[in-house]
Design a protein around this ligand. Structure first.
Ligand code: HEM
Length: 160
């Protein structure tokens, strides 16, 4: 938590509802992915831990505990997982569409401030995934830090 002049600003992680929300979001998201004609072929061989790893990764980026980077992977290993997967804009757009549908169905906070930060991260992260997926080799610092995402211009959640 970070103080500003008038209020305490929660992390995106706390505002979304903490780890159970991230785990449920990605669990239900990948159920939708596996039922989707465009994305099923991309994810049909994913590991049993994939859902939880992605949940932990995004939770950590949003200010949650370091479960991913301390026990499951690193920013480098996450980027590497996408290399040579040859993802397209069609894959990327459907990925975002299904994640937003899942977020709505789980009633994640829908204030304009949270959703704009969430959307900005999804645009950024998925576009990087597509770029990396069209590389055959990765030239990246293996110790690169985990990304961090925050509220951006709105600066904090909706206060009316
Ligand atoms: C914000 C955007 C994204 C994040 C944070 C993200 C995160 C991750 C993470 C953490 C892993 C590693 C999972 C593990 O350790 O088991 C992974 C793997 C993977 N991701 Fe992403 N990803 C993103 C976007 C995408 C998109 C848009 C696609 C395709 C439509 C995609 C396809 C894959 C695939 C195919 C793998 C490898 C799965 C396997 O193990 O077979 N990712 N991603």
């Amino acid at each position: 938590m970070e103080a500003n002049n008038h209020r305490t600003i929660p992390s995106l992680f706390d505002w979304a509802g903490g780890m159970p929300v991230f785990v449920k979001l990605f669990d239900q998201f990948y159920d939708r992915v596996l039922a989707d004609d465009i994305l099923e072929p991309v994810f049909k061989h994913m590991s049993a831990q994939h859902r939880e790893h992605v949940a932990h990764f995004v939770a950590e980026v949003f200010g949650g505990p370091k479960l991913y980077s301390e026990a499951e992977g690193s920013h480098f290993s996450m980027v590497q997982k996408h290399v040579a997967k040859h993802l397209t804009q069609q894959h990327r757009k459907r990925w975002i569409e299904l994640l937003l549908e899942t977020a709505d169905s789980l009633q994640l906070p829908d204030d304009p401030e949270f959703r704009s930060a969430f959307m900005a991260y999804l645009e950024w992260g998925t576009r990087i995934a597509v770029l990396n997926s069209n590389l055959e080799d990765l030239d990246m610092d293996t110790n690169a830090p985990m990304p961090k995402w925050d509220w951006g211009v709105p600066g904090g959640p909706y206060i009316g």
